[in-house]
Design a protein around this ligand. Structure first.
Ligand SMILES: NC(=O)c1ccc[n+]([C@@H]2O[C@H](COP(=O)([O-])OP(=O)(O)OC[C@H]3O[C@@H](n4cnc5c(N)ncnc54)[C@H](OP(=O)(O)O)[C@@H]3O)[C@@H](O)[C@H]2O)c1
Length: 250
């Protein structure tokens, strides 16, 4: 049997019930990690995924937790450590978008996306950091977007949040590096998930046209790199923003 990258590790993945997060949960389980993951609404899908992951011989559990809720993040991390007996890896994947041009964007649209996509990362990192510092080990992977690197028409809130995640990643990498903790970001281009389905056809085609490989990414494309960054093989990589976009950004 091939070596498992994450054998014996415990991971917490936010937004694991669908899309990229679900692929990360599956892949981490295949690589031998116990996986705790969160969802916001889709309990049935989340419980089914936990059962599927457990069939691979690892522990898996879904937690209802709004990633925008600071206090819930503190409790969540404590619950995971209590249940799994450890926490080695944190993947901040939960995200949403509420697109609109800046001259029409409501305060609610702005606040919702900043709270989930940016503050959500802060919440879980803040909750896990003392534990990682104490054990002098930990892996943090934040899912950002190429639109946080370059900006995107109609996504001022989302691009600002994802650019914020990049600043957060680099800063926390500096702050936690002394204790052997790595902090990196993965920046996907357009990936086939429910989030992408909400886009107008014309915008999808425009994204495809600008992608060098002329195809959209799949959730597994992101899961692979997250597993690598969470593994011991990536021990000397920190503060990096790794694009996985089929050449959409270049
Ligand atoms: N798809 C793309 O093209 C693309 C490109 C670049 C970056 N990304 C980023 O990749 C990440 C995953 O995106 P995706 O395409 O997989 O999205 P998705 O298919 O819409 O799934 C979103 C996931 O996040 C969860 N979630 C949403 N809001 C939450 C909240 N407030 N608290 C806890 N969980 C919450 C959802 O839970 P429920 O199932 O319970 O609703 C679901 O599991 C996001 O950060 C996104 O910004 C995606």
């Amino acid at each position: 049997m091939a070596e498992q990258l994450l054998s014996g590790k415990v991971a917490l993945v936010t937004g694991g019930s669908r899309g990229i997060g679900a692929a990360i949960v599956r892949h981490f389980a295949e690589e031998g990690a116990g996986v705790a993951f969160t969802y916001r609404k889709q309990k049935e899908a989340a419980d089914a995924l936990a059962a599927e992951a457990e069939k691979l011989g690892v522990r898996a559990k879904a937690y209802q937790a709004d990633t925008a809720d600071f206090d819930r993040a503190q409790k969540l991390v404590a619950e995971v450590i209590d249940t799994f007996g450890a926490l080695d890896i944190l993947v901040n994947n939960a995200g949403m978008n509420r697109d609109g041009v800046i001259w029409k964007m409501s305060e609610e649209q702005w606040d919702a996306v900043i709270s989930v996509d940016l503050k959500g990362c802060f919440n879980t990192i803040r909750a896990a950091a003392p534990h990682f510092r104490e054990q002098r080990a930990g892996r943090i992977v934040n899912v950002t977007s190429i639109n946080g690197l370059r900006g995107k028409f109609g996504q001022a809130n989302y691009s600002a949040a994802k650019a914020g995640v990049i600043g957060l990643t680099k800063t926390v990498a500096k702050e936690l590096g002394g204790r052997g903790i790595t902090v990196n970001s993965v920046a996907p281009g357009l990936i086939m998930t429910d989030m992408m389905q909400q886009m107008p056809e014309q915008a999808k085609q425009a994204s495809l046209d600008e992608t060098a490989l002329r195809k959209l990414g799949e959730p597994e494309d992101i899961a692979w790199i997250c597993a690598f960054l969470a593994s011991d093989r990536a021990r000397h990589i920190t503060g990096e923003i790794i694009k996985v976009d089929g050449g959409q950004y270049i």
